[in-house]
Every structure is written in C-alpha cells, then in structure tokens.
Design a protein around this ligand. Structure first.
Ligand SMILES: [Zn+2]
Length: 54
C-alpha cells in the first residue's frame, strides 16, 4: 500500500498503520501535516489535508 502526501509529495510509510481505513487520520512523516484517508483503491491510499482551522 502506498500513500503520497498531497502537501509535500513525498511517499508516506503506511506500514506502521496496519489498520488503515477510510476516515483514518495519519500524519506525514516529512512535513507533519494531518491527513484524512478518503479512499483506498488498488493499494493506493488517497488522502486529503485536514484543516484544523488555524
Ligand atoms: Zn507531507
């Protein structure tokens, strides 16, 4: 399974999230942004940036 950060375009290591599913929140290792999982299709995790209203 792979996941590209929409913010920094780096590959996020999702192997440490074995229960990854839709609505799961992960953090980008590189830029530290929070990402919500929108869909998982063909081993590709699609995410969207979670705006915490800062
Ligand atoms: Zn990132």
């Amino acid at each position: 399974m792979k996941c590209i950060c929409p913010e920094c375009k780096n590959l996020i290591d999702v192997s440490k999230h074995p229960k990854l599913a839709v609505d799961y929140v992960i953090e980008c290792d590189i830029c530290g942004i929070l990402l919500g999982v929108r869909s998982i299709l063909n081993e590709v995790v699609e995410t969207e940036i979670i705006d915490e209203g800062k």
